[in-house]
Write a protein that binds this ligand. Sequence first.
Ligand SMILES: Cc1ncc(COP(=O)(O)O)c(C=O)c1O
Length: 460
Amino acid sequence: MHSTNDALIAHAERLLKSERQQFLQRHPTSVRLAEEARKHFLYGVPMHWMNDWGTPTPLFVREAQGAHFTCADGIDYTDFCLGDTGAMFGHSPEPVARALQAQARRGFTTMLPGVNTPDVGAALADQFGLPYWQLATTATDANRFVLRWARAVTGRTKLLVFDGCYHGTVDDTLVDCVFEDGKTVSQTVSRASLLGQTVDLGLNTVAVDFNDLAAVERELATGEIACLLTEPALTNCGMVPALPGFIAHLRELTARYGTLLILDETHTISSGRGGWARNAGVEPDFIVFGKPIAGGLPAAAYGFGAALAKRMQAAKDAAPPGHSGIGTTLSGNMLTLAALHATLTEVATPAAYEHMLTLAATLEQGLTALLERHALPWCITRIGARLELQFCPTAPVNAREARAAQQDELEHAIHLYLLNRGVLLTPFHNMMLVCPETRPADIDTLLTVLDDCLTTLTAN
Ligand SMILES: Cc1ncc(COP(=O)(O)O)c(C=O)c1O
């Protein structure tokens, strides 16, 4: 038995070599499609990061249904990545497919509100609890628009975020912290990996450690912070859960210092029906939902209360006529409204969440038992239907701890081993999602294959 990650990493390097070979042998069609696609797509993929999955060549998908998809070579996969939450309610949910089919003959986009606009508004308010809503096409855009509103209504310029945050490709949030002595945040700077970044993002954005209330209060007390934007748990640097009461304290502190609290629930919509905030009884000023809310079609929404709605209208009315900087032509189009309504009313139901959360709890127990059996000092963190395996004994409390626990070789080896045996995890970390179509047999498959993988990795 091995108890240290170092010993496993040496095994992982060897395993990766043979798994890469196996992937290429099993996926001749994906290999061919990659070659063909490279003729006209940069890196041979529609988005450059699709090339970063850790497979020797991208895995091309033929079709996806429920909790499964079939690759170009006809192999069936159990999908625990689910489009990194975009397909959290399953691939091609039947009610959404039906709604799209019906709308497809009645027009896609007109730049005018469709007749079901009141119904969609009511469904958003019913599911997420806030009375007022606006739509965007992506969660990135929703966050970007909310930042604009927050600055407009508060008259303040600065944004507070947490180190390790990801809120989509919103420039203001793509910052890193510079740490002194490995501890204190001394400076917020533009993320070094950004392409074509010309503005020093640290000028208007401050980042501090997640779960550090003192640091938050220090920044809020400057009186310059328009809004604090955070997820209820960091989910993009591994998973960093909030310490008990942390988000409720953020609510109190932001209210005290006149800063707006924005909760980005793009991923924590996994918590339960209505999202994390509604279930926890915390009411942010703005709430953002994206990815799965229209069954995986591009759509996002942000909600707010009546008092803030008045302030937003006042800010808009006071501005000169012209571009507000908020809006994209295709947002709120008729096809999206149809998908949104079907998802909220027929797919993201209490019964669907009940199923997802029950099965995710079973998976959590199974994973925890596996780690114990293999004597691995790793942990499982779960937020409703969303689980994360991290290479550290207890869940990290901030992004620095999460980064320290990352082991790229080990992660790649595990992902590729599973993928070669028909199980897909979310790349760039070890995230697993359970959807309404996931079955107990799918959970068994994941646990069996992971068990084999860990046996191989820990073998002497
Ligand atoms: C918390 C969070 N917010 C926003 C986004 C952006 O979503 P999109 O890429 O759909 O714009 C992401 C993407 O991963 C996310 O994780």
